[in-house]
Design a binder for this molecule. Structure first.
Ligand SMILES: NC(=O)c1ccc[n+]([C@@H]2O[C@H](COP(=O)([O-])OP(=O)(O)OC[C@H]3O[C@@H](n4cnc5c(N)ncnc54)[C@H](O)[C@@H]3O)[C@@H](O)[C@H]2O)c1
Length: 271
């Protein structure tokens, strides 16, 4: 019976809600994050929901911390069945204004954090014939304006997941990638970008979501049970992805006009 899950970024937002959804089914959870306060709260909520587990501080930029987390899963649970590479940060800004440090920071957490998570846990997943759930974003598929470093990091997560899907099938390891549109969490707290106006615009997009992090966790639960590889929780996202596959130019035109509007808002008086 498979019932052991590891989640990165479990101290807040979607990571916490995924923990709670699986806790409802009685799973044992290895909860990790850079923030320990949030982790303690998540563990208390997990216990109330019917799950159990442990917390361990882990910065996904540091491979040795992920290896130590895998070792803790082996010691405490005897292995792991599902890993969720969820930890992530927000960024924004037009390409011309983003610094190379902005790029390094974004790629180190949102892309390399996932690469390192998969690599550190692969030996345990081989033993259990487990599953990987990577949290990407609709940004991976749509390349919205003024977030090129985030788009590239998340597109990398999708490409990594597709690569693992085909490579790991022979080992009976399942792979899923989740691409949500914006939804309300604490993601804005981690925002890094050259202009404060951009942060405010991202904040409005997060608030505009018709569905919550809990709804998304529920959708992930259902789609993973169905064996769905690419999981798109927002209806608008599914429609946009369909449009892009059939008429990519229409999508690029739409994104270009959105970029113009954003530039005008970010730089009042200069448009
Ligand atoms: N909220 C959205 O609109 C949205 C949309 C699409 C995808 N996502 C993705 O969902 C995932 C979860 O984000 P969220 O919206 O729940 O945000 P959140 O900020 O509420 O949660 C993210 C968690 O990741 C942790 N974290 C940040 N850097 C870390 C690091 N280096 N190592 C370990 N943990 C770290 C944070 O402490 C936080 O607890 C992210 O990968 C994000 O990119 C979010």
């Amino acid at each position: 019976m498979q019932n052991r899950m590891m989640i990165t970024g479990a101290g807040s937002g979607l990571g916490r809600e995924i923990a709670l959804r699986w806790a409802c089914e009685g799973w044992r959870l290895a909860l990790s994050d850079v923030g320990e306060e949030g982790l303690k709260q998540t563990l208390a909520m997990v216990r109330e929901a019917g799950g159990s587990g442990f917390i361990q501080r882990c910065d996904v930029r540091d491979y040795s911390q992920l290896v130590a987390l895998a070792q803790a899963c082996e010691t405490q649970f005897g292995g792991i069945d599902v890993i969720v590479n969820n930890a992530g940060v927000a960024s924004g800004g037009f390409f011309a204004e983003l610094s190379l440090e902005d790029w390094d920071w974004q790629i180190a957490i949102n892309l390399m954090g996932v690469v390192k998570g998969c690599k550190a846990f692969l030996p345990l997943l081989e033993q259990s014939k487990g599953r990987i759930i990577n949290i990407a974003s609709m940004a991976a598929l749509m390349q919205g304006p003024a977030m090129s470093n985030y788009n590239v990091a998340k597109a990398g997560v999708v490409a990594l997941s597709e690569s693992l899907l085909v490579e790991l099938r022979q080992l009976d390891i399942g792979v899923h990638v989740v691409c949500p549109s914006f939804f309300q969490t604490n993601l804005l707290d981690s925002f890094r970008g050259p202009t404060p106006a951009m942060k405010a615009q991202v904040g409005k997009l997060l608030e505009s979501s018709p569905i919550s992090a809990a709804d998304i966790a529920e959708y992930i639960w259902q789609q993973v049970a169905r064996g769905q590889f690419m999981i798109l929780p927002h209806e608008q996202g599914r429609l946009a992805w369909h449009l892009k596959q059939h008429d990519p130019q229409a999508l690029y035109d739409e994104m270009a006009s959105m970029a113009e509007k954003m530039r005008a808002k970010a730089r009042p008086g200069q448009s």
